[in-house]
Unconditional design. Structure first.
Length: 204
């Protein structure tokens, strides 16, 4: 059973204020950003298991008091997805349990078993994707022309976002940055597709 996120968000704020903590102070105690605390309290993100435990330590309460008896978030079910960094996503094919690699989760309409979320961290993918936008990636569905895909690069420590194109029997990956050259998909010794972008949430 999943935690009731709306109730949890108000409880986090209640205990924070009862302890006299600002969002910045609580963020420093948990080693997260103030934006993360704000998102928890606005019910747009869900704290990970380690952060839930740390919250309880900081507030000097038990997990059932904060989240209820059946509190543990069920990753990739009912729209709770782990947020992967670009470095972590680059190692996706080596990961065994996705939720153990992430300390942050987001609420989503997607419930695919291995789906995950990522944030656009630079302006390399404009104008299609802007810094601060969020994307949802599904590794287990087929690709079609003009799909956006996340690509692992064996010669880099960070994943890449590109557009997928297929012409006859040849597959290409087109960079969103027009200054870069297209890649032939058959260069599998270096590049491999992680998954397809199925959801985009713009930051306004």
């Amino acid at each position: 059973m999943i935690m009731k996120a709306r109730e949890t968000s108000s409880i986090i704020r209640h205990y924070r204020e009862c302890n006299g903590f600002t969002q910045i102070e609580l963020a420093q105690m948990l080693d997260v950003t103030q934006n993360t605390i704000s998102a928890w309290e606005r019910n747009t993100r869900v704290p990970s298991d380690p952060k839930r435990k740390k919250l309880c330590e900081v507030f000097s309460i038990t997990e059932p008091e904060l989240f209820g008896a059946d509190a543990a978030p069920q990753v990739n079910q009912h729209g709770i997805l782990p947020v992967l960094s670009w470095k972590c996503a680059n190692r996706f094919h080596d990961l065994t349990v996705l939720d153990e690699t992430s300390e942050e989760y987001v609420l989503s309409t997607v419930s695919a078993p291995r789906a995950f979320s990522m944030r656009i961290e630079s302006d390399d993918f404009e104008p299609e994707f802007r810094q601060g936008d969020s994307i949802t990636v599904n590794p287990d569905i087929p690709l079609y022309n003009d799909d956006f895909v996340i690509l692992a690069d064996a010669q880099s420590d960070s994943a890449i976002l590109m557009r997928y194109k297929k012409y006859r029997d040849t597959c290409f990956l087109l960079p969103l940055n027009k200054t870069l050259s297209p890649l032939l998909l058959k260069l599998q010794d270096r590049y491999s597709i992680i998954g397809k972008v199925i959801e985009r949430i713009k930051r306004y």
